[in-house]
Design a protein around this ligand. Sequence first.
Ligand code: AMP
Ligand code: MG
Length: 471
Amino acid sequence: MKLVSRYTHIAEDFAVPDLPSPVVAPTLLLWNEAVAKQLDIQVSPSERASIFSGNTSNSTVAAVALGYSGHQFGHFSPRLGDGRAHLLGAVSDQHQQLWDIQLKGSGATPFSRGGDGRCAIGPAIREYIMSEAMHGLSVPTTRCLAVVASGETVYRQPPQQGAIVTRVASSHIRVGSFQYLATQGDVSALQALADSAIARHYPEIQSTGSDRYLAFLKAVIEKQITLVVSWMRVGFIHGVMNTDNTLISGETIDYGPCAMMNQFDFDTVFSSIDRQARYAFGSQPNIANWNCARLAESLLPLIHEDDEQAVELLSPLINGFAEQFNQAFTQMWAQKLGFAGHHTDDAQLVAELLAILKDHRLDYTNTFDELTKSLQGEQVISQPLKAWSLKWLKRTDQHSFAIMRAANPMMIPRNHIVEAIIEEFENKGSSEVLAAYLVALQNPYKLMIENAQWLQPPADGGAQYKTFCGT
Ligand code: AMP
Ligand code: MG
């Protein structure tokens, strides 16, 4: 594995050299051959457990822990950082694109704040399954290369087996990374980070003047909108959209308390710690807007030496978020309903459908799948949707099926199924179904007979399901 260092030039306490803490008995549990291939990572099977637990290194690049701040549930923490993760470096794929390789659960760092730096096996496997599912659903996401059991106990309630996840991301630059440097008043480091983020994610931004950073914010806003629209298209609730969990690249990161919505309701919340419903399904666009505003604030000194003038320049971008989101959201509903163009009555049609879904507690995924299949006579439209569907059918044409099939998955990683598979894995040290499940999740828009067992919501609708932060 040829690693290069990416962040050490930015500031001394931005990327702090730190070694993973060795574990007693590393055992490889999961290996993602597709990711290894894409990234051209050639590590022999016998070395994988040792390298991807952090026990040994085959690189001359020093591992680092990154510093970052974060607004967590609206409250600002100036110094969070990688408390249980080590960035080994970045690898370059065949297209010369760089990918960060990070170990999570690899021991305490200077940012641990009293935490043990470890990760339990359940959340590790969950991150692997959920991120692979999101990849299969064509949602931008970080991915997992490996999960290695540590052979150690991590002391949670109750105690659990430990594991290390290897996470792959196009970068680990977060909104919180900018907040960290802005809070310290380190403008040259802030500029170095912004330039590095632009080079890595937005090379199309050519300008060298201060409008460069306006263009950067604009590009990040676009990526965040695309991300949240993709989440909402498939019923994903992130659950912890803090600024430290918001990547500048617009990839999904931090799968701790996330969950999939079964019955449609914009107010759905699964995370046990989200008591104010800040991160409810339907609140995700507003929160993304809020997080982009926090990024804008951090960029102020790069925009103009006079704060007021900088605010004047940045504000239109932040104020335009909602309108821009709505356009993308309208487009998403049009695709889910099979419309190529746009009619003025479409919004009404969508609103009526969503009201029926909510009133009848209908399953979000299966309802859109049912509508899709109905166009080919593969499924009869169920009673609550009958009257509405007559209006909808008038709006469809010969292209509608293909549009809908691409937008509406048949298979999502349903919470109760993911739980059951993880439980089996934890109890037996393996899972017979997991491998088949991971294959199925790569084809969520195709009808596969063998996947039938994974398509239904739980009998009770699953509204009471709770997630816990995977620490
Ligand atoms: P998260 O909830 O995973 O986004 O983490 C929020 C912050 O808590 C980050 O700075 C993490 O590095 C830190 N953190 C989470 N779990 C641990 C742990 N077990 N040990 C040390 N730091 C942790
Ligand atoms: Mg996090």
